[in-house]
Write a protein that binds this ligand. Structure first.
Ligand code: C5P
Length: 324
């Protein structure tokens, strides 16, 4: 399956891909396939990784940037899986050099690995000029992981099933809204399966040992959807303060010190603080850009986190930026 280099073919492709925060993560029962039914409301935020791909003699993953040494540079990396899956589909050897410039926290509950997988799909498809349809890319993305399809969507979307069945959510007036967020980065990561497992364990313990299959099918909160459709930042903050992340208690059970981080962010003036996805990153919604800068500064000075980043969302999904 050798493909001699054609000078007109791209030699290098770069894609950019956003992190996400879950403004709701409602967790249902454990399914037979060992996943949980979810009602996930995702927002893509302006914190990006960059993935560059080039033809190579073998499949190779290299990583630079924030926490690069914590990223697996082997076949378990979702970017490498993108090369395998596209190779299988288009009958090509998956021989590409994938370089990931990390900026999204690793194992932080912001879907950084999924984002890299989505960017690699787009970049390799462009490098090979395989021109996969949007639906083919989404299908491969769903095979790679529950959060990978959303990284291709971006914006704000409701994810059903295990998180991969997506419907965009937009403001009713068709306009754009900007929400200001602060992300408090924790030391070390949390394993997503471990946090789901802890969620089941806590439920079993509080329900007298009942199986999590008794948990009702999760639904998005109507008031949350109304706040997003109305572009209502204060309403969104009010809903977040209710605690719409069913993994939060589990993440706090595994990392109790995150409670102090959440308290520090709300004491600094955030409208609401929550654990991002399965954690341990904490997310804070601020009333505006200035407030976000202040909350980030206070969090950094509190010593409750290793860094705090003020940013905004929603932003578009993964996209090819440069074809050389
Ligand atoms: O889909 P993904 O590979 O990202 O999921 C990682 C792990 O998170 C799964 O193996 C499972 O333990 C847990 N998970 C889950 N239910 C979901 C999504 C993920 O239990 N809907």
């Amino acid at each position: 399956m050798s493909h001699p280099h054609n000078p007109k073919r791209p030699r290098r492709v770069t894609a950019r891909t956003p992190a996400k925060v879950n403004v709701q993560l409602a967790v249902g029962g454990l399914r037979d396939d060992q996943f949980h039914d979810l009602a996930n409301v995702f927002m893509a935020v302006d914190l990006h990784d960059t993935v560059t791909v080039e033809p190579a003699e073998e499949l190779l993953v290299t990583v630079s940037g924030r926490d690069a040494h914590e990223v697996p540079a082997d076949a378990s990396n979702l970017a490498a899986q993108a090369a395998w899956l596209l190779g299988e589909r288009y009958h090509r050897d998956p021989y590409v050099h994938i370089h990931i410039e990390k900026n999204i926290p690793v194992a932080g509950g912001m879907a950084g690995g999924s984002a890299d997988g989505a960017a690699a799909l787009l970049a390799i498809d462009a490098l090979w000029e395989t021109k996969a349809s949007r639906s083919a890319l989404l299908e491969l993305a769903a095979r790679m992981g529950s959060d990978v399809p959303f990284a291709l969507y971006g914006g704000i979307a409701l994810g059903r099933g295990r998180g991969e069945l997506l419907t965009p959510i937009k403001p009713d007036d068709g306009g754009e809204r900007e929400y200001h967020w602060v992300f408090a980065l924790a030391e070390g990561g949390l394993s997503t399966p471990a946090v789901f497992h802890e969620c089941d364990r806590l439920r079993m313990a509080s329900g007298g040992g009942h199986l999590s299959a008794d948990v009702p099918m999760p639904d998005p909160a109507p008031e949350l959807l109304a706040a997003i459709r109305g572009g209502d930042t204060v309403g969104l903050g009010r809903m977040l303060a209710f605690g719409l992340n069913d993994l939060q208690e589990a993440a706090l059970s595994l990392r109790p010190e995150l409670r102090a981080t959440l308290d520090a962010g709300t004491a600094a003036g955030a409208l609401a603080g929550l654990v991002s996805g399965s954690g341990p990153t904490c997310a804070f919604l601020a009333a505006g850009e200035e407030e976000a800068v202040q909350v980030a500064k206070a969090l950094r000075e509190s010593g409750m986190c290793r860094d705090a980043i003020a940013t905004r969302g929603p932003v578009p999904g993964a996209s090819v930026e440069v074809v050389e």
